[in-house]
Design a binder for this molecule. Structure first.
Ligand code: ASP
Length: 311
């Protein structure tokens, strides 16, 4: 597969996003697309470009990843991320990680510098230290919005059964891409859901749930209620549709809708098929997304919304 230009698409989380959070999310996603474009121009690496897009959103407190991550029931930040590449289907994944700015960068180190796919908790942090990651204090990662969201959650006696975005208005981030030669990548990073139990693992770091990538089929990154997404194997189901040449928009929307009917919860996803065609869909009220085509950034967050702006 040869393309004229790379395909890069990002999401900024699915859920019941309050309207006053739309603009910060748009700003963050546009910045992420611009960063990814600049990195691709310099390196021709779709992996570097997608990682850069995710790191950009991990730095931005409009999103639930890196700084801005939501809090568990103990008021702590435990982060998760997954990266997967489509040529050899290698993957790197981390969960329960604390005190680093860029979980997606650590997931990539797992993929490239260990014989394993998935590292957890304090051992993943020890590996980060070995890989010379800078320690970041929990205060630096923790935002007022995340604290208020946990307070609201506890005071309302809520259970983390829907998406996290209802509490705090932030959102998991993802970036997927395909270079001009058809090489694909999937990156996803999250703080999980507000009020999760300490030690809870979500869908995000699990290949087949939070993301998947195979150059012969396509690439996917998901978001939404992780405990539902992993029971439904959402990313893998979307991949099966792509493999059967179902049009990507329909594949994504259909599987998100099926998830909501079959296991409850809501979800969204972005996908690219082996022809480089993009798919976007969500069963949640909203999901932020953005992609670049022919020098124009396309983006939206509400159902049916499609805005454009010059790169
Ligand atoms: N899927 C994430 C989780 O449940 C949350 C999200 O996508 O916003 O951990």
């Amino acid at each position: 597969m040869k393309l004229d230009e790379p395909v890069i698409i990002v999401h900024g989380g699915a859920g019941n996003i309050p309207d006053n959070r739309d603009q910060p999310k748009f700003d963050g996603m546009l910045a992420a697309i611009r960063r990814a474009h600049a990195v691709y121009k310099n390196t021709s690496s779709i992996m570097d470009a997608c990682q850069a897009a995710v790191e950009c959103m991990e730095d931005d407190e409009a999103f639930n990843a890196g700084r801005g991550s939501v809090l568990n029931l103990k008021g702590e930040i435990e982060m998760e991320a997954l990266i997967m590449e489509g040529e050899n289907m290698k993957a790197g994944s981390i969960t329960g990680v604390r005190n680093i700015a860029h979980p997606i960068a650590l997931a990539r180190k797992v993929m490239e510098h260990t014989p394993h796919v998935f590292l957890m908790g304090s051992s993943a942090n020890e590996f980060a230290t070995k890989m010379n990651f800078k320690y970041v204090s929990e205060e630096d990662l923790m935002t007022d919005a995340a604290k208020v969201a946990l307070d609201n959650f506890i005071n309302k006696g809520g259970a983390p059964t829907t998406t996290e975005i209802g509490q705090g208005g932030v959102g998991t981030v993802g970036a997927i891409g395909m270079d001009v030669n058809g090489h694909m990548i999937s990156c996803t990073s999250t703080g999980g859901i507000t009020g999760k139990m300490a030690g809870r693992v979500g869908d995000t770091p699990i290949p087949g749930a939070g993301g998947y990538c195979d150059n012969t089929v396509g690439t996917v990154s998901t978001t939404g209620h992780g405990d539902s997404i992993m029971r439904f194997c959402l990313a893998q189901r979307i991949m099966t549709n792509l493999d059967q040449d179902v049009e990507p928009d329909s594949a994504v929307q259909m599987e998100c809708d099926k998830l909501s009917i079959r296991v409850g919860g809501s979800a969204g996803a972005i996908a690219i098929n082996r022809e480089g065609v993009i798919g976007i869909g969500f069963s949640s009220p909203k999901m932020g997304w953005a992609y670049l085509k022919g020098g124009i950034i396309h983006y939206g967050i509400k159902k049916g919304q499609h805005l454009t702006i010059e790169l």
